[in-house]
Design a protein around this ligand. Sequence first.
Ligand SMILES: [Ca+2]
Ligand SMILES: [Ca+2]
Length: 552
Amino acid sequence: MHVKSLKLAGAVLLAASLLLGTGCRSHEQRATSETVKVEHVAVELEGQPDPWWDPRPPKRRTDGVPAQAPAQETRAPAVTAGRGSVSAAYPTGDPRTSAILIEKFFPTTVNAGAPFDYEIRVTNLTSLDLDNVQIWDSVPNNFRLISADPSVTSSDAGTLHWLLGSMGPREVRTIKVRGSAPAEGKIQACAKVSYDTSLCNEILVVKPALTLAVTTIPEALICDNIPIKYTVCNTGTGPATNVVVTETLPEGLTVNGAREVRFTAPALAAGQCQDFTVMAKAAKTGAFSFAGNAAAEGDLKATAEAARTTVRQAVLAVDIECPGRTFLGRNTTFKVTAENKGDGVAAGASLVVPVPAGSEFVSATGGGTLQGGNVVWNLGNFAPGARVSGEIVVRASSAQSLTARATLTGTCATAVNDQCQTNIEGIPAMLLDGYDDPDPIELGQTVTYTLTVTNQGSADLTNVRFRSFLDEGNTMEFVSATGATPDGPATGQARGLEITFPAVTRIAPGATATYRITVRAVRAGQVSFRAESVSNEITRPLIKVETTNFYE
Ligand SMILES: [Ca+2]
Ligand SMILES: [Ca+2]
């Protein structure tokens, strides 16, 4: 803080010039030292006439009391018979508008050689300090100074001089002088005064000063709101006005979609601070640094020290692997792996694998549990670099394609999916069986051979071809051949000993195709009837031989 003084100096207060200085005293401008001369014995003014000096004779004390009466009326000597007084108000002559009043109290007549006393009373009429008050009392050669109180500062060349220094408002000083006049005659002693009227007041020259601080959180996830707090302070001694805080955030950091940040404060008192907080969003990961500037009227500026935050992000990865194929009836096992390849934690991470449609849950490893139709791994705070693996075991209800899907989610992370497919394959199996009815039979009668192709496997039998053969000893003759197959009724065709049927397109697991071939016994003996079947899956023929006893 600088205290500067505005000093009004000079005899005429309002006419004085104003000057700024660094101290009340050091740059004092002294008014022209004016002189009022007070004559006693013969009351008259001596010296150069001043244009503003009231030429009227000084008022006697009995003329009246100054409008601005001295606060202290100390030791006012009575004007008694044989004593007189003169006074003069300076500078206007009128105590009501003057600054200083000089009065002299003296004997009107003294004896030659005898000591006598007189007083000079000085009154500050103003409510201000008067500085450097000096009194000169010029005395004639026939005056001998005996004593003075206060002592004279100097007494050169017939002039008694008192340096009274500063006088406070309404202050009264009295100078008592004792002297003698050795010779008869007239003693003319003229007093004059000078002073500096310094009107001092203080103008606080203030200087506001700005500081700006920026704070934020050291780390954030990319989905977080990043609080950035700007604190602008006026650390100076006066008010700062039109305070503006501005900032261009680094690329990738925005507030409400913009990189520009701006705040205003109409005024900050000395010592006052104001906070502004924004919530920024990061569009990318990495380290961000920002500072900000503050400005205010009067070319005040401040720049904040940079604040830094590192934005991190969880990067999830998931993989599910299927087996190449599974035979129906066997368990199918999927392997699933979850990973955080980022640098931020994924809170509440969860790996979910629905039990594939067409299968039933059997078991899971790695902490997975069945919840509803899903196998769930709760991964909690899935840290950067974390990796979790597990297996899910299911059993398919039929030969089919199974699709397994895995989904990995976590807070502030992009959910990821993976899927795979696997085939559940049946195992083909074929049964060929048959019987004859009746057996034995007489010659001339007919016997029917019933043969059944059964798909006893778990995969379809396709392109099933069935054929049968009559006994080779001419013991029987073909009568008829029919079939009941998944493709519908069928009729066998006899060609020589061979009876053929149209191929059956598909025999599902558990389904059958039945063939009935009727022959007539024409020759006695133990005869054999043979049938065989193949399919695309079962390429090695199944053979069924039925023996019948023909008799006469
Ligand atoms: Ca995969
Ligand atoms: Ca038989």
